[in-house]
Design a protein around this ligand. Sequence first.
Ligand code: GDP
Ligand code: IMO
Ligand code: MG
Length: 424
Amino acid sequence: MKVDVLLGLQWGDEGKGKIVDVLTPHYDMVVRFQGGPNAGHTLEFDGQKVVLHTIPSGVFRENTINVIGNGVIIDPFIMLNKEVNQISAITEIKSKLYISEKAHLILPTHRLLDNANERFRGKNKIGSTLKGITPTYIDKTGRNGLRVGDLLLSNFQQKYNYLKNIHLRQIKSMDFDYSTALIDGLSFAEYELAWLQAAQELKSYHICATEYLLNKALEDGKKILAEGAQGTLLDIEFGSYPYVTSSNTIAAGVCSGLGIPPNRIGTVYGLFKAYCTRVGEGPFPTELFDDTGELLRTQGNEFGSTTGRPRRCGWLDLPLLKYACMLNGVTELIMMKADVLNSLKTLTVCTNYTYKGKIITEIPYDLSDDISPQYEHFKGWNNTIDINNIPAALTDYISFIEQYLNLKIKLVSVGRDRTQNIIL
Ligand code: GDP
Ligand code: IMO
Ligand code: MG
């Protein structure tokens, strides 16, 4: 069997949580391969809304095993106190969750460091979610990190103290006074205590070498869905660097983030919104600063699932989308949030850029350079979408995108609930 992959083609928040939940009944396992609690994946069903950060979005379907792979970074406090608490009110979770012993731990001091780094950058800040993502991946590649498997060792506290003290020295050298800093509303000392308690509790979960679990499952004919976090334009290699996250968000990250060989990758579902959003700093060529941008934000409820920050909104950018499809080897497209465009009489799409006097369709080295998007306009459907009678203007919009990308759109999402979809 193969591992199918579902990932975001833009700057994150495309609606991955919703679609993973929709597709889960077709899979035996749902697995996360990168990122950490910077992700916020929203699921809505039976009148309930849940936001997941670290735990895969397959947890609400019976008989599905959920795996947190080695490429993910875990904050035990967030996972247990924010996610498990929320999930447990709806379904039992422990028996269906497996965690890689090789996944790295986000320490309380990683969160302080994230904060200190952002302050140090001043007006050049990245707009991080302040969840400690970059400092944790730095310690991973710098070979200093602590992993989930370390929790099971007798000298865990010693290792923890050693790394914490290195971090505190770094923080002091940046003139960052952590004695007054709050982490999720708690002082550092309070947060650290709660974190250490959560870390102990994590030991009661299935911790194992998930690369064996997953490869054996494939040998046994099980179907696996890999759930991406963030989006292609936030990828550490190919995103709008340096305004990116610190992991490989693209399909290539599935292999290293799970221990799956490349020839085991199957269908790659690429998700995009019918428009574009971004949260945090960084270039966004088709960003709207007018009433239409405001309308997209209001209609789409474009506020961060993790941080609550307003998302920047703009028109669909096809050169960027084509780049993302190329990098990921997308085989099927899924268009999200078409309903957010319902009230628009005219739709606008970027099809190329002008740059240094030339028309280009390839993405330049620096996206914040002086590029100016060129647009085509389409008639809007300007009505509520009847999923049994798709408006002609929506069909035209879909056909244009499919032709430009040379790929088929297989599903159009038209609402937040798991049932609100058009299957094409
Ligand atoms: P993710 O990070 O990719 O899982 O996406 P988020 O959950 O951060 O953001 C997507 C938001 O859009 C969530 O609030 C979803 O409930 C919502 N959503 C998903 N699909 C649709 C849709 O088709 N229409 C509308 N209006 N909202 C949607
Ligand atoms: P999901 O999985 C949208 C953005 C942050 C910031 C940059 C770096 O919900 O789509 P980080 O905390 O990773 O150091 O932040 O990346 N970012 C996201 N934006 N959706 C996400 O995840 C994101 N995760 C990180 O806003 O600009
Ligand atoms: Mg999100």
